[in-house]
Design a protein around this ligand. Structure first.
Ligand SMILES: [Zn+2]
Length: 434
């Protein structure tokens, strides 16, 4: 074969290849695109056709706090497989919350969730009306995944990692408390980074000034996925506005602020929030704040302290997946004065008396100092300890989320018990009427 023939052959071969390629492309491209499209809408795809007499299961997440990555829906097995949505730089991948429609009332739905321990509670949460949240039965673990089965008596249901608590819930809570209690008044702590209101509640002392006022600051949900902390906060507010004589006594002296959700932006998009980049709300307490809610809280707390009022700061969280009992993070002992340590010990003793179960505080405490995190000074309770008077008690309460009691009643009970602990502590400090 000479070089001309070789060239000719090569050219013809190339043309043939182009022809075949273009033919294949025109024939198969539509099929390829269709396949791609189908895989993109796999959320509504069926492993097998929907059986006769059944409607197609469909997932929606287009609402406040809604979030889920849909892996598959098997219409034949009535199985929904999801995992948490990946939201770049917005913190841990653990929260999920979706609406399921197309249910045949009475049928059993199988929900399969992966993949991190944070994303797979032993019991999922579901609701038939989007308001009342119930626990499913215990799920069955399969490696990093967990499978829940739940009989649903309605056409639509909501499923979530835990009982959702959104910005709207926070607004309704502070509105309700304002109507319920003359000392309580709702206000907007600030606008968030993305322009959302951060709802808060302020109590003005009702007493006749026979006793000095007592400054108290409580905030929840610096980590968006830790939804239980907002329900503990709700229980606390419900107790504070109640007719319990101890709550009435606290209201006589308390200049108190409660913030049910600090990170409203992450809550709104269903992000984990914890360890979001460059840092999360609970590593923002210091100079050059990223988050308006932290900045506003710091200013208010500083004012309370400047007026010599601040006595208690409590930050509400949920801990790791294996935790079964509430515990407190406390400031490292080397930054506490003798008075600070004495008051902290007194507060922990009163908490042990009141947080009596079923989620019982058994005295477990951990310091979050330099050995815990190099940015320990920017953790809220540490910042409060370092920047306010020595007699202030500043703690983080971690309420377990992965127990049979980690539901609406359990969380709210802990909240009311925390209110009673605050009352008992103030009494021990002779800050209440005898
Ligand atoms: Zn947390």
């Amino acid at each position: 074969m000479n070089s001309t023939t070789q060239f000719f052959f090569t050219r013809r071969s190339l043309e043939a290849v182009r022809l075949v390629t273009s033919l294949a492309y025109s024939l198969f491209l539509p099929t390829y695109l269709a396949t791609l499209l189908l895989s993109c809408v796999s959320s509504f795809a069926t492993a097998k056709p929907t059986p006769p007499g059944q409607s197609s299961l469909k997932i929606a997440v287009d609402f406040d706090g809604g979030s889920a990555h849909i892996v598959a829906i098997d219409q034949h097995r009535r199985l929904v497989r999801i995992r948490p949505q990946i939201l770049n730089q917005r913190g841990w991948r653990c929260w999920w919350f979706f609406k399921l429609s197309g249910i045949v009332p009475g049928e059993s739905i199988t929900l399969e969730v992966g993949d991190a321990p944070w994303a797979t509670p032993d019991r999922a949460t579901f609701s038939l009306d989007g308001k009342t949240w119930l626990q499913t039965d215990l799920g069955k673990r399969q490696g990093q995944r967990i499978v829940f089965q739940q009989s649903i008596p309605s056409k639509t249901a909501w499923f979530a990692w835990g009982p959702p608590f959104t910005q709207t819930d926070a607004e309704e809570l502070v509105q309700w408390a304002t109507e319920e209690c003359s000392e309580a008044k709702k206000f907007v702590l600030c606008k968030s980074q993305r322009g959302r209101d951060v709802p808060a509640l302020h109590f003005t002392p009702s007493g006749d000034n026979a006793l000095p006022r007592v400054g108290i600051w409580i905030n929840a949900r610096q980590h968006a996925w830790e939804v239980g902390s907002s329900w503990v906060c709700k229980g606390l507010i419900e107790w504070f506005v109640s007719n319990d004589p101890r709550a009435i006594q606290v209201r006589q002296v308390a200049d108190m602020t409660v913030v049910p959700i600090m990170d409203v932006d992450s809550v709104a998009i269903g992000a984990g929030g914890k360890n979001q980049l460059p840092h999360d709300h609970n590593r923002d307490w210091g100079t050059a704040n990223l988050y308006q809610s932290v900045s506003a809280a710091m200013q208010h707390i500083q004012q309370l302290d400047d007026q010599r009022l601040l006595k208690i700061y409590i930050d509400l969280h949920n801990p790791g997946a294996h935790c079964q009992s509430p515990f407190f993070y406390v400031a490292p002992h080397h930054i506490l004065s003798d008075i600070g340590q004495r008051n902290l010990n007194r507060f922990l003793a009163t908490a042990a008396s009141e947080l009596s179960g079923p989620l019982k505080f058994r005295g477990e405490c951990h310091e979050s100092g330099p050995n815990y995190d190099r940015n320990w000074r920017r953790i809220s309770k540490n910042w409060v300890t370092l920047n306010t008077r020595e007699d202030v008690v500043a703690v983080t309460l971690e309420t377990p989320w992965n127990t049979i009691h980690s539901n609406l009643d359990g969380y709210r009970l802990i909240g009311s018990q925390l209110g009673r602990a605050i009352a008992r502590y103030l009494r021990a400090m002779q800050a209440l009427t005898p």
